[in-house]
Design a protein around this ligand. Structure first.
Ligand SMILES: Nc1ncnc2c1ncn2[C@@H]1O[C@H](COP(=O)(O)OP(=O)(O)OP(=O)(O)O)[C@@H](O)[C@H]1O
Ligand SMILES: [Mg+2]
Length: 269
């Protein structure tokens, strides 16, 4: 699918990453090409070890690719990150234990304002309290992280990510440590936030159901070395809710995405 250059937020061209330790080396990623449009919800989906986190870390500027180029709004990931164009939401909540939830969520806004004054950020932080309300934590603003459940902590962490005002959000399996019911609720909550705040989201998962529910496109990856096997468009109308999951069309799409994954594995043998 052709895209107009101005709508492209993230451009990945010929990217590879080889880890070298002593005499051995692991090629974690090879020949990755991917364009992500502004406002898109894209999921990196694949089995353990196929390079999903490696690719996400490269996008975040937390690691450097061995080959190829990545641009985010025309800048390198490191520069995009310094300009506060990127918010990183980790697998576990990583909130500061001595601060209450409101201060935790507002913290990145404070940092962002400082960057703003130094001229390194053009992004406006959003109202942390309002976003905490959107994730259902309005009554817990003064609670510290250890006074909340795991699901509440992860909601606070997501709110903190959104409060940064960064247009690009990178999320590495943010729901994997949660129980199934909490995970289900948070998936829908995330969709609501994404629709309201109009972010570009790159989301890592190894759940086909999660990938199909959330995404505009699912990037199916295969291991040894990690490559993109295929990119599957998910055209279900939005807003999406649990009614969608009950439909035969949804079940079929999940099966299709898994099929792409298994065919890539068979080809690998
Ligand atoms: N810092 C590192 N040093 C050496 N090898 C690494 C490093 N990080 C990742 N790898 C290797 O790169 C490959 C891809 O790892 P990566 O963490 O990106 O996979 P993943 O798809 O995120 O897996 P999972 O679903 O288990 O999180 C693996 O073979 C892994 O062992
Ligand atoms: Mg990973």
């Amino acid at each position: 699918m052709s895209q107009s250059p101005e709508s492209t937020t993230i451009e990945v061209k010929g990217v590879g990453r080889t880890y070298v330790r002593g005499k051995s080396s692991v090629q974690a990623l090879a020949d990755v090409d991917l364009s992500i449009r502004q406002g898109e919800f894209v999921t990196l989906f694949g089995p353990s070890g196929c390079g999903k986190s490696t690719l996400l870390r490269l996008l975040a500027g937390l690691d450097q690719q061995t080959t190829g180029e990545i641009s985010i709004f025309g800048a390198t990931p490191k520069n995009a990150s310094a300009r506060k164009d990127i918010a990183w939401i980790p697998q576990s909540s990583a909130l500061l234990p001595w601060l209450d939830i409101r201060s935790n969520a507002a913290l990145s806004s404070v940092i962002n304002k400082k960057a703003d004054r130094k001229g390194t950020s053009t992004r406006r932080p959003e109202d942390a309290t309002a976003i905490l309300g959107e994730v259902g934590l309005a009554d817990f603003l003064r609670s510290r992280p250890d006074e909340l459940s795991g699901g509440m902590r992860q909601r606070a962490s997501i709110a903190r990510g959104f409060a940064q005002g960064a247009p690009v959000m990178l999320m590495d399996e943010p729901f994997s440590a949660l129980d199934e019911l909490t995970r289900d609720a948070l998936r829908i909550r995330l969709l609501e936030l994404w629709e309201h705040h109009k972010k570009t989201i790159v989301f890592v998962t190894h759940s086909a159901q999660e990938a199909v529910l959330l995404s505009d496109r699912v990037v199916v990856m295969s291991p040894r070395p990690g490559r993109i096997s295929d990119v599957v468009s998910i055209d279900f109308p939005r807003p999406r809710g649990w009614e969608l999951v009950e439909t035969p069309e949804f079940t079929q799409k999940v099966a299709d995405v898994k099929q792409v994954l298994w065919s890539a594995w068979k080809g690998d043998e």
